[in-house]
Design a protein around this ligand. Sequence first.
Ligand SMILES: NC(=O)c1ccc[n+]([C@@H]2O[C@H](COP(=O)([O-])OP(=O)(O)OC[C@H]3O[C@@H](n4cnc5c(N)ncnc54)[C@H](OP(=O)(O)O)[C@@H]3O)[C@@H](O)[C@H]2O)c1
Length: 282
Amino acid sequence: MQQFTMNNGLTIPSIGYGVFQMSGNEVREHLPEAIQAGYRHIDTANAYFNEVAVGEAVKASGINREELFITTKLFPQSYPYEQCGIDVDASLERLGMDYVDLMLFHQPYGDYVSGWKSMEEAVKAGKVKSIGLSNFPMHKIQEILDIADIKPAVLQVEINPYWNQHELKSQLEGTGIVFEGWYPLGHGDRKLLEEPTFTELADKYGKTNMQIILRWHLQEDNVTFPKTLNAQHMRDNLDIFDFELDTDEMNAIDNLPQNPYYQVPEEPPVFVLTHNDYSQQV
Ligand SMILES: NC(=O)c1ccc[n+]([C@@H]2O[C@H](COP(=O)([O-])OP(=O)(O)OC[C@H]3O[C@@H](n4cnc5c(N)ncnc54)[C@H](OP(=O)(O)O)[C@@H]3O)[C@@H](O)[C@H]2O)c1
C-alpha cells in the first residue's frame, strides 16, 4: 500500500475504507470484510454514529493497533475549547482506543479557532497523532494557520474528477497539507462512473472505470476511502497499484467539466446545528 507523508513526518495510507452512512450493524458486517481484503485505514466520524462498531470490528480483527490508521472527526458542537477536550476523550472511549491516528474538525462552523488549541493539546497528550480539517474553505483554513502551533496535516474535502480541487491545492502549496478526497467515486453517480474517458482507459489497462478513477486520485496525491458494501468492490478498489496513467491521460481527466456535488455553505445548515447527541452511538 502506497503511503503519503504528512507535514509532521508521519505517513498515511493512500487508500482507506470509509464508513459514512453505515449503521452499526453494517459496520459490524462489512468492516471485517474490508480488513480481510487488506484495508488498514478507516475513516469514521462522531457524526456517523458508528464509532462503537468501528472499535469493536477493529478489536475483533486481531490486527495490531500500530498497523492500522484510524481517523475520526468532531462536529462543530465539540469545538469550543473545554468541550473539545471532553469530546476527544469521548470518541476514544467509544472506539475503545488509546489514540487515533487522525482527528479532523468535520465542518467549518462554530468556535474552531479556540478548539484548535485543544486539538493541539490532544496531540501533545498522545491521544491524537495528527490533526486536520474537513470542508474548510481557504479563508477559514487561513484562520487556523494564523494561530496554529501544529499546522493541519490533512484537509478532507470533496474531490473527484468532476471537482479536482486544483485551485485550493495551489492556494495551499507549500503547507505540506495532504488532501483527502470524499465522494472519490462521486457517491456512486453513474454519470461519473460511466464517463467515456474512463471506459476507454479501462479497456486499455484491463481495469474497471472505478479503478481508473482511483488511480487518477493516487497520481493526484489524494488519499481516498471509497465506500462499498460489496466485498469484490473492496478488493477491486485496492487493486490499482500495478499500472500508471500517462500525462496525456491525466490531463484528459483533469479537463472534464468541473462542478462539485455539494457546495459547502458559508453558514451552518440546520442539520449541523441539530446533529448533536453523540451518546446515541451504535
Ligand atoms: N468529510 C466529509 O464531509 C465527508 C462527506 C462524505 C463522505 N466522506 C467520506 O468519504 C467516504 C466515501 O464517500 P461516499 O461513501 O459518500 O462516496 P464514494 O466512495 O464516492 O461512492 C460510494 C459509492 O460507490 C460505489 N462503489 C464503490 N466502489 C465501487 C466499485 N469498485 N465498483 C462499483 N461501484 C463502487 C458504492 O456502491 P457499492 O456498495 O455497490 O460498491 C457506493 O454507491 C465516506 O465513507 C466517508 O468516509 C466524508
